[in-house]
Design a protein around this ligand. Sequence first.
Ligand code: NIG
Ligand code: FE
Length: 415
Amino acid sequence: MPNNLLITNAKIVTPTGFSARKGSEMGKLKIFSKGYVEIEDGRIVQVGEAPYPKSNPGFNHLDAGGKCLLPGFVDSHTHFVFGGERSEEFSWRLKGESYMSIMQKGGGIASTVRVTRNETADSLIAKATVFLFSMSRMGITTVEGKSGYGLDKETEIRQLEVMRHLSEAKDRLVDVVPTFLGAHAVPKEFEGRADDYIDYIITEVLHEIESRKLAEFCDVFCEKGVFTVPQSRKLLLAAKKHGLQPKLHADEIVDTDGAALAAEVGAISADHLLQASDEGLRMMAEQNVVATLLPLTAFALKEPYPRARFMINEGMAVALATDLNPGSCFSGSVPLTIALACIYMGMTIEEVITALTLNGAAALNRADAIGSIEVGKKADIIMLNSDNYHILPYYVGMNCVQMTIKDGRIVSQNS
Ligand code: NIG
Ligand code: FE
């Protein structure tokens, strides 16, 4: 059955455009109060206001009952492929230990690496699939996933192969975009030799990722005590030569000028930015680097929230994502992300919608194909359980997505 669908009687709420929305543009949404969307072969071919076109034979028809349609959410920063869990470390954090001190003692990322190295691809696929189901129910139609729990060639590639498998699954619920994060931490084999580990990635790993097209982006945990700015620069410039676009975990715990490095290397996004300086952010704004903000991580680590208001006022494109991972933030809650962004980061509901759709798409180099309900884009669309999109942050941590449509097919429904 081709994915042909006519949706009528819908309140359509969407950002518009085929690139990131910056600054004050983030708050501008297009609204059709009695709207319709015509979908042919999984793509949007018409969007408009009543009167509705007739449903052609071979088209399914969905009466939205006046409820809101939004573009599917794009979760542009996660680490959802991993083995094990770290609840014990979480309880240490509750007693006052810090994320970095646990990492320095050989826990943190390294403890997930120990487990993930022993997981088969099938087992990683099974666990990741559980996350994809829950993402789809929250309205996510595209997710980025990072490697970074292997820190050796074999396991890093296995994680990327798992994401490839998930991204090629027929009738998949969520599109999966792979990022290589080999520089997530220094593995025990290279203890005290971070420079040598960066050289190992450059000389031994990047070539295979490029030749097998296993990733689109190369990320690095640029942080005090992990990888320095010069090490990150060296890796990202080499990755670019191998066709991978740079991304950074930047200025998450300490300001190390990661934001400035993102601007310098032409990163597509710099993520976290809790401690980023005004100057670094302005450099990012000038170079059109998307600022991907991850409020759930700030919440879970009890760190200050990133300065979304400052960034938007400076004309930046802000995206929001969950950062779902086993350590700093074991949450993929889109509803809570939305509430935190509105309540604690001063973002408007309209800006949050843009940040979770079109700007998330831009952070994944896909703003031409997803992120808005517009002719030519994929029919990745969600329906809320209300005709009023203001319920999004009002539902604090609760899901108000009633239906998720992926490539024109209804893939998830919440009663
Ligand atoms: O985005 N900061 C580095 N990476 C992840 C955490 C990964 C982990 O703790 O397993 C983050 O916070
Ligand atoms: Fe992360």
